[in-house]
Structures are given as structure tokens and as C-alpha cells.
Design a protein around this ligand. Structure first.
Ligand SMILES: *Cc1c(COP(=O)(O)O)cnc(C)c1O
Length: 373
């Protein structure tokens, strides 16, 4: 398939994933390749190696790909990592942190959740005190970029506390990995979870876990699930040169391999982070000029997704704003904060400065049009 002959997308996705992908990533899915020979397995092995490199090029880490969306990977990690006599401490300040606790509940994993304010950074003293007072805790889980608000949580500081207490540290870096530089050793992370359709800019269909090899090796037989057994999935990929246990999302894997190549060609995570940061700057400055205020203070705000407060005017309706922007070629995202009215705008994916400038023009037009109704 010649990518040039592909039709234009009707709109740009300004969401936290699935997001707008390049034509070349989509074109990689055009052919049906076989899965049972070494060509395909070699692609899988290269992806696994590349992921470990992106997380800090450390040989003490390994990676596993897992079918499903990002939540499947979080569930696979929890059910496999925490042994029957273990206890998980969840540090939550948003919907995705609370989802980790929800998974623990469904899996029958003994857990406790520090459920903090969605608009505040996690309370580090409270994490430390909880670890000191409850010796039963063996694992700690936190979200890196809490997509509910766009908050970037201080994983390195939390990691230092977790490591000082000698606990296993699980990081949901779903919406930030590939878009924000990170180093697993510096974070003290034992497991880092992300998925194909976020900052690596692939399409949805699988996720991945980068794990400390020595820790993953000790989890055999612990999973409370067959299909989500992370150890078994890893063992099969290790022992059979990149083979998946059950049907693999072959087209998505091809697209992901292309996306990794494009990340490298862009200049790696540092360059991508710079592009996202510039997108975010244009977004926030433009929105503020029009009269919208971001939910979070700047020091906690990620360059991934931004939550904006509904304007105070009584007749403002999110649905008409959303429809207005969509008809102008941009899809934004509803809010998810519990006690404030917000909407969110993502700036990740195949999205560039010129797109953000066009978005700001479209927001201005839409607001102007709505005011005349
Ligand atoms: C996207 C995301 C997930 C996974 O969501 P899925 O819909 O299952 O892919 C998990 N955690 C965070 C922080 C996310 O942004």
C-alpha cells in the first residue's frame, strides 16, 4: 500500500490514545504476514530489545508483550507479581490509580489504597509512614502520568521511598512512556507498564511490560489467571524466540515495529518529548488567550494531556463545543475529574506545532460561534 494513496483522516485525535498515527504506521498493517516463522518472531524480539533500550538500556531488565489494551497489562502484572501472601499498596490520585486498586480487588489481592486528592501530588510522608507501619506490604504501585488530570507524579521520589523500604515497585507509565525520558533504574522500578497506542504512536491491540529480570523470574505459578500470566507469556517469548502463547495481534505488531523506527528517526524520546512540550506550550498559551484555564498548576502538569476547567459562562455546553471542534477537524476528550467540570486535550501522536496552531484557531472560531447562538 502506498501511504500517499491513503485517504485523509476526517479529524485529528487529540486524545490520550488511540491517537493520530502516521500513514506509514497504518500502511504497515496492510499485508497479512504469517506468524509461525522466524521472520515474525525476529520482529517481536527486536521490539522487546528496543523497549528495554528505551527504558534505560540496562541488561538487568527484560520485556514482555501482552495482548489486549493497557489495563490488561496492568492486570497481568498485578496478578503475576503479587504472591498469595503479598500485599499491595496503591498510591492513587486519579481514575487510573483507583483502577489499579479495583484490579487488586477483582483478583483477590490483599491491598490498601492511599486515595489522594486528584489535583495534588501524592503525599510522600504518608507513603513512607504507611510502609513503616505495615510490614505486610510487599509491593507498591503508582501511575506516572495520571491521565485523569494530566498530572505527572514524582515517581523517582516515590521509588526512593519504596526501595529504602525494600519493596517491589510497579509503575503504570501507560500515557508517558516514549514521550517523557525515563530510566527504570533511576526510578527504582521493577515493573513498568505501557501500551502500543500511546506515546510510541502505534495502534491499539497490545501492551508491554518492562520488568527486572530477577524479579520476574521469581513469579512462576503466581498468576491467578491463565491468559494474563505474565511469567508464562515471558517464558514462552524467551524460550521460543519471540513466540506469543495465544493468537498475537500481528498487524498491530507490524505497525508498532514501524512506529518504533519512526521514534528513532525523530531523534528518540528526547526529541519526541521536545515536540510534545512545544505542542503543550502552544495549546496552553492559546487556550489561555481565549479564556480557558488549565486545571493543574504548571509544576505538576505533564506535556501529554491537559485538563481545562469549563468556563464560567452559564450557557457553555461541552457537547456543542466538542461538536464544533469535531466539525473543524479536531476530536478532544471529556473530563474525568470527580468534583470539577473539565475537558481534556491531548497533544501526543502524530501531532505537530502547526496542528496546535490550527486547533487554537478552531477553538477561537467555535467559541465565537457558540456565543452568537
Ligand atoms: C490509557 C491508560 C491506561 C490503559 O487504558 P486502556 O484503555 O486499557 O488502554 C492505564 N493507565 C493510564 C495512566 C492510561 O493513561
Amino acid at each position: 500500500m502506498n501511504p500517499e494513496q491513503m485517504p485523509d483522516n476526517p479529524y485529528l485525535l487529540l486524545t490520550p490514545g488511540p491517537l493520530s498515527t502516521t500513514r506509514t504506521v497504518k500502511a504497515a498493517m496492510y499485508l497479512d504476514w504469517c506468524t509461525w516463522d522466524s521472520d515474525y518472531n525476529a520482529i517481536v524480539q527486536q521490539i522487546r530489545e528496543d523497549l528495554v533500550c528505551l527504558a534505560g538500556e540496562d541488561e538487568t531488565f527484560t520485556s514482555v508483550l501482552m495482548q489486549g489494551s493497557g489495563t490488561f497489562c496492568v492486570e497481568a502484572t498485578l496478578t503475576t507479581a503479587v504472591p498469595p501472601d503479598g500485599k499491595l499498596l496503591v498510591v492513587a490520585n486519579g481514575a487510573y490509580g483507583r483502577r489499579i486498586a479495583e484490579i487488586a480487588r477483582c483478583q483477590g489481592i490483599n491491598h490498601e489504597c492511599i486515595d489522594g486528592d486528584e489535583c495534588a501530588s501524592p503525599d510522600l510522608d504518608r507513603i513512607e509512614a504507611t510502609l513503616q507501619s505495615d510490614a505486610a506490604i510487599t509491593h507498591v504501585a503508582v501511575v506516572h502520568c495520571e491521565t485523569t488530570t494530566g498530572m505527572l507524579n514524582p515517581v523517582e521520589e516515590i521509588g526512593r521511598i519504596v526501595k529504602a523500604a525494600e519493596k517491589c515497585f510497579i509503575v503504570d507509565a501507560m500515557s508517558s512512556f516514549g514521550g517523557v525520558p525515563m530510566d527504570m533504574e533511576a526510578m527504582g522500578a521493577d515493573y513498568l507498564i505501557s501500551s502500543a497506542n500511546k506515546c510510541i504512536q502505534g495502534v491499539p491491540g497490545f501492551g508491554f511490560i518492562i520488568a527486572r529480570r530477577s524479579v520476574l523470574e521469581g513469579t512462576r505459578g503466581q498468576a491467578r489467571s491463565l491468559s494474563l500470566d505474565l511469567y508464562d507469556q515471558w517464558r514462552t517469548m524467551e524460550d521460543h524466540g519471540g513466540k506469543w502463547r495465544f493468537t498475537s495481534p500481528t498487524h498491530v505488531v507490524r505497525a508498532f515495529s514501524q512506529a518504533l523506527g519512526e521514534l528513532k528517526a525523530e531523534g528518540g524520546i528526547k526529541a519526541r518529548h521536545a515536540r510534545y512540550t512545544e505542542n503543550h506550550r502552544i495549546l496552553v498559551e492559546g487556550m489561555q488567550r481565549i479564556g480557558f484555564q488549565p486545571l493543574l498548576p504548571v509544576q505538576w502538569q505533564s506535556p501529554i494531556i491537559t485538563a481545562f476547567l469549563y468556563p464560567r459562562s452559564v450557557d457553555w455546553q461541552f457537547q456543542s463545543f466538542y461538536e464544533g471542534l469535531k466539525s473543524r477537524g479536531f476530536v478532544i476528550y471529556p473530563g474525568k475529574v470527580t468534583d470539577r467540570e473539565t475537558f481534556r486535550v491531548g497533544n501526543i501522536g502524530d501531532v505537530h506545532a502547526k496542528d496546535m496552531h490550527r486547533l487554537i484557531d478552531a477553538v477561537g472560531d467555535t467559541v465565537h460561534f457558540m456565543a452568537r447562538q
